[in-house]
Every structure is written in structure tokens, then in C-alpha cells.
Design a protein around this ligand. Structure first.
Ligand SMILES: Cc1ncc(COP(=O)(O)O)c(C=O)c1O
Length: 443
């Protein structure tokens, strides 16, 4: 069968499709697998209980009987393309209660997960633009700090339109301990980027906290990015999938700002509802109208089920309490456990860990590892431990000459304690053997 160019682009093997297949196969395997890959959130009892309770209440929440329950209203009717109006109103109230943003319903649209939002936004602001002289200008999405989220890489309908800046790598201490580093935005490189100066950037985007590294860009870095975006009259897209106020998996001192030039993307996935496929965009009304129009064509209307579950939790702030009291402490504890296990397994080896500041991952840097982490991934997979190698996390970067991009791995900390213990033991054994082998060859 012959596919169009569009068809060929979206059916070719991509980093993300290969990894999703590997993760799926690993889960189906009859061998025990230490699953430290993937971005699935953890199973947290208190979280699941609350969702289940809310879900059950949906069927019986109307005096007129079950036929008029929220569940039936949600499931039996399309919303308009902007998304479930009740949830949007709840979100407007919630954000205005907690932030000084003065939003109205015109500032919010829903999508089928935030991945769906990035597909829209990166195609709205990246690709061919026609200027006043009817000349086509190709604009890119600027990623001011890579490594960045793997899921951005292949979303452009035609081609790939990214410009990326490599990080400054600062060695830092964490809780008084050595062996950690933190990425910082290289503003010199960013300010001098030819594509920015020449009008070939359509938007700036960063995830905060960052998938894969657990980095949280500082308030100063965010303020600088916001100023830069305004100076060049392009939007700043902030991917807040792990950020505040929900799921709030963020341990550093950071604040969240919004203004008309900022596009904030939220998701219900990392609070524990990835199957609901619910994303939330907060933006200027012009962007919301564009997203709604795209929703109409691509989806008719976004899914309403996540909205139905989340609306009561947003209305009375239980979603924030859940994030603050259950979700954030859970991952903070997991990060401490995983760091301790890694230090025990590889303390005397050249392992550096990105300072854990948020999200559900640790990012490990094996300096001068004698093989690439893509090869390491294969060895670990054969031994039943799944991680994600770093080279996929550099959209817009030619990684062939960038050694650091082949020396890191992303490790999920959402797994249960025993899986972390077993997985890190295997990583430790393999990595120690590789370093030991390299040093004995030198001797
Ligand atoms: C940084 C980041 N952004 C966006 C997404 C997409 O999430 P979803 O489509 O489930 O909302 C993910 C998922 O892992 C992510 O890690």
C-alpha cells in the first residue's frame, strides 16, 4: 500500500515508537522485568482511592436519578471543541483562586492529553510561514535547554523544526553531598542564536520540571526566557506536565507565572490519570480559538471523562491537596531512595546524578563510559532492566559529535521499592564491569 508523505512521516520508526514498543513488550514478557523506563506515574493508594471514589460518585450525583448523573451527561454528549465547559469553569475559578492571573473561560482549552496540545502548538508555531511579501519562512520551535522531552521530536506534520541550545553543566552538591550536577540555560548562546535574530523562531518551549532530567529551570531563567520571547514577539510555551499546582512534583523553590504571551500546558496524567488523556492549555484567547478550531477538525471535541472526574476535585481544591500531601512527598521519597541505592552501587565510580528537583525521573551521567548508553540499554534490557538511553532526548541537536548525549540514561523512580532495588543492582553490576574492563585494558 502506498502512503502519502504525511503517512510516510508518521509511520516511520521513531525514537518514541520504538521505546513505547519496547516498554509494551517488556510488560507482556513472562520474565520479571525491572521497569525503570517509560513515563507512567506511580500507583499511589491514596490517589487511586480518591479517583475511584469520585468515579463512583459520578453515577449517583443527581437527585433526578442516574440518567442525569454527571457520568451520563459527560459520556452521552459531545462538548464544544474548546472542551467540557464545566471543567473549564472549574479551572478558571481554581487558577484565579491560587494565582493572580485574572483568567476567563476564553483563556482555557482542553486537549486529549498534553501530547495532543504539543502536536497542535508545535505545528501552529513551527513550520512554513508566509510573510508579507508572500515569501515562505521556515520557523522552528526553540528549546532553550536540551536535553528535553522525547515526545516533542516527531510531532511536526512536515519535517522537523527545532532549534536547540546545549546546557551549561554545573557540578553542584545535593543535601551536602558531592556527585551531582545541574543544567543551566546558556543565555550567551541563546541570545546569539542566528535563527532567533533572523526571525526564524516561532516559539520558545521548555518543560519545567524537565523530562528527562528532573531539572527545574529557576525563576530567573524563566523570567529571562519570558523577556526574550516578548522581545522577539513569539510565545513562551511552558510544559507543566509535572509542575505546580498539580501534580506539583517539584522540590526546588520555584514559582509559576502566566501572562498573555505565555502558553501554559497542564495534564491530568501525572496526577495518576494518564488513561484519561486530558490536557489543559492556558493561553491568550487567540491561541485558545486556534486550538479549539484544531480540536474540531482532529477530534470533533476533546474527551470529557477526565474532566468529569477532575471537576469536583478542582472545585474544592482536593486536587491540590492530593498533589501537596500525597503525590509530591511520594516522589520526593522515591528520589531519596533511588539516590541512596545508586550511591551504594556506584559511589566509587564516575557516576554523576542530575540534582533531583522534580518530575518522576533521575538522570544519570556515566562520564567516559566505554560504550554508548544506547548499547548499555541493550545490555540492560537483556538482563531484564529497562531504562531509556539519552540520545533520544536531544531534539534539534546533531548528537553525533556531542559525547555527553551518549553518556546519560533516564531512570524512572515511579516503580515500587523492590523494582528500584533490583533494577539499580543490575545497573550497578553492568556499569561497574564496563568501567573496570576499560581500566584493566589501560593497565
Ligand atoms: C514533559 C512531558 N510533557 C508532556 C507529556 C505528555 O503527557 P500527556 O499527553 O499524557 O498529558 C509527557 C508525558 O510523559 C511529558 O513527560
Amino acid at each position: 500500500m502506498k502512503f502519502s508523505k504525511f503517512g510516510q512521516k508518521f509511520t516511520q520508526p521513531t525514537g518514541i515508537s520504538q521505546l513505547m514498543d519496547d516498554l509494551g513488550d517488556a510488560l507482556k514478557s513472562d520474565q520479571p522485568i525491572n521497569m525503570l523506563g517509560g513515563g507512567n506515574p506511580a500507583k499511589i493508594d491514596a490517589v487511586n482511592e480518591l479517583f475511584l471514589e469520585t468515579y463512583k460518585a459520578l453515577g449517583n450525583d443527581n437527585d433526578a436519578g442516574e440518567a442525569n448523573s454527571s457520568a451520563i451527561i459527560s459520556m452521552a454528549n459531545y462538548s464544544n471543541p474548546q472542551g467540557d465547559a464545566g471543567f473549564i469553569d472549574a479551572l478558571v475559578g481554581f487558577f484565579n483562586r491560587h494565582y493572580d492571573w485574572n483568567l476567563s473561560a476564553e483563556n482555557i482549552a482542553l486537549t486529549n492529553g498534553s501530547q495532543n496540545a504539543f502536536f497542535y502548538l508545535f505545528n501552529l508555531f513551527g513550520g512554513a510561514f508566509v510573510n508579507g511579501n508572500k515569501e515562505s519562512v521556515d520557523k522552528s520551535i526553540l528549546l532553550p535547554l536540551t536535553p528535553e522531552y522525547i515526545g516533542y521530536s516527531d510531532v511536526h506534520v512536515e519535517g522537523k523544526h527545532f532549534a536547540a541550545v546545549l546546557p551549561h553543566i554545573d557540578e553542584v552538591t545535593h543535601n551536602g553531598e558531592e556527585g551531582f550536577f545541574k543544567y543551566r540555560v546558556d543565555f550567551d548562546a541563546l541570545e546569539n542564536l542566528p535563527a532567533l535574530k533572523e526571525g526564524r523562531i516561532g516559539a520558545i518551549c521548555c518543560s519545567r520540571p524537565t523530562n528527562p532530567t528532573g531539572n527545574v529551570l529557576t525563576d530567573e531563567e524563566m523570567a529571562h526566557l519570558s523577556e526574550l520571547a516578548k522581545r522577539y514577539e513569539i510565545p513562551l510555551i511552558i510544559d507543566n506536565a509535572y509542575g505546580m499546582p498539580f501534580p506539583n512534583i517539584i522540590y526546588s523553590d520555584a514559582h509559576l507565572n502566566w501572562d498573555n504571551n505565555t502558553i501554559l500546558c497542564f495534564s491530568l496524567s501525572k496526577i495518576g490519570l494518564p488513561g484519561m488523556r486530558t490536557g489543559v492549555i492556558v493561553a491568550d484567547s487567540e491561541v485558545i480559538e486556534a486550538v479549539s478550531a484544531m480540536n474540531a477538525v482532529v477530534n470533533l471535541a476533546p474527551t470529557r471523562f477526565g474532566a468529569a472526574i477532575a471537576t469536583p476535585l478542582v472545585n474544592d481544591d482536593r486536587i491540590k491537596q492530593l498533589a501537596d500531601n500525597e503525590i509530591k512527598p511520594f516522589y520526593q521519597q522515591q528520589a531519596i531512595l533511588a539516590v541512596n541505592l545508586l550511591k551504594d552501587a556506584l559511589g566509587d565510580y564516575p557516576l554523576m546524578i542530575h540534582k533531583p528537583e522534580g518530575a518522576i525521573f533521575l538522570w544519570l551521567w556515566f562520564k567516559d563510559l566505554p560504550i554508548s548508553t544506547t548499547e548499555l540499554y541493550e545490555i540492560l534490557k537483556d538482563k531484564g532492566t529497562i531504562i531509556v538511553p539519552s540520545e533520544y532526548f536531544f531534539p534539534g541537536v546533531d548528537v553525533s559529535n556531542y559525547k555527553h548525549a551518549h553518556e546519560c540514561i533516564r531512570m524512572s523512580i515511579a516503580a515500587d521499592e523492590q523494582t528500584l532495588i533490583d533494577g539499580i543492582r543490575v545497573i550497578g553490576e553492568v556499569v561497574r564491569e564496563l568501567y573496570d574492563g576499560a581500566s584493566s585494558q589501560k593497565d
